[in-house]
Design a protein. Structure first.
Length: 159
């Protein structure tokens, strides 16, 4: 059964629906923080790469996979989540409320070709500029409040 159908059935039963997201980041040549946004396939709005949890994979590993598939970036997923946000996911039968755990991805490489390159655009932006382009209020706030200090995590990163 497709994951969307399972999610819809869970939502109809009142269960919490969860996803994982990646927030790719880098420091530019002047040492300022930048985050990468991608466009959604359907509405072409700016979002962060995200998807359903993956069986047998940790949430941060799934976020790393989403970053590669949707944004064409490789790097390290930091251990501690950047935060969570909720949004209304559009399905063919209606909307469901989804809680997303977002992980920071320290980008080491941008791929010239990747799985969803034909369906998405990507852009590097300051957190403030990225926040203005994001429609989901909670994600916008999460991105706007990112600082370089947030990335100083002593835990080992997942590559």
């Amino acid at each position: 059964m497709p994951k969307k159908k399972k999610a819809l059935r869970k939502a109809e039963k009142g269960e919490r629906i969860t996803q994982v997201a990646a927030i790719p980041f880098r420091l530019n040549e002047t040492g300022e923080l930048e985050v990468m946004l991608v466009t959604s396939r359907g509405t072409r709005r700016f979002i962060v790469p995200k998807g359903w949890p993956m069986k047998g994979k940790s949430a941060r590993h799934a976020a790393l996979i989403e970053a590669r598939e949707e944004a064409g970036v490789l790097g390290k997923a930091l251990k501690k989540p950047a935060g969570t946000y909720c949004y209304w996911k559009r399905l063919s039968t209606g909307f469901i409320n989804v809680e997303v755990t977002a992980y920071l991805i320290e980008v080491a490489e941008e791929l010239a070709a990747w799985q969803e390159a034909g369906a998405r655009q990507r852009a590097w932006l300051s957190p403030a500029d990225a926040a203005m382009l994001i429609d989901e209020p909670e994600l916008s706030t999460l991105v706007r409040n990112l600082t370089v200090a947030a990335f100083d995590q002593p835990e080992e990163a997942l590559t």
